[in-house]
Design a protein. Structure first.
Length: 88
């Protein structure tokens, strides 16, 4: 899953890094996923996170990705700009 996020409250790369680090650590621990910041590293209001997980069922993956999306949007000062999900 790739999430493009926008944060209106960040005014520097330092503030953005604080948000990104928090999101990545919480999601790794809570959902047991692999996650990276995959684009917009030098843009202070935009964030792109790419994440992957291994599951034995698509339904389980869909549920987890839905929970991840909800968790990020409810707990961090970001808005969803785009979302791409791919199941292999």
């Amino acid at each position: 899953m790739i999430m493009d996020l926008h944060s209106r409250t960040t005014h520097s790369l330092k503030e953005k890094r604080h948000i990104v680090t928090g999101i990545k650590e919480k999601l790794k621990n809570k959902f047991n996923i692999s996650i990276i910041e995959s684009d917009y590293q030098d843009v202070w209001q935009d964030i792109q996170l790419a994440m992957a997980m291994v599951s034995n069922s698509r339904v389980m993956s869909e549920k987890a990705f839905g929970q991840i999306e909800d968790f990020v949007l409810l707990n961090y000062p970001v808005e969803l700009a785009a979302l791409h999900k791919e199941y292999v």
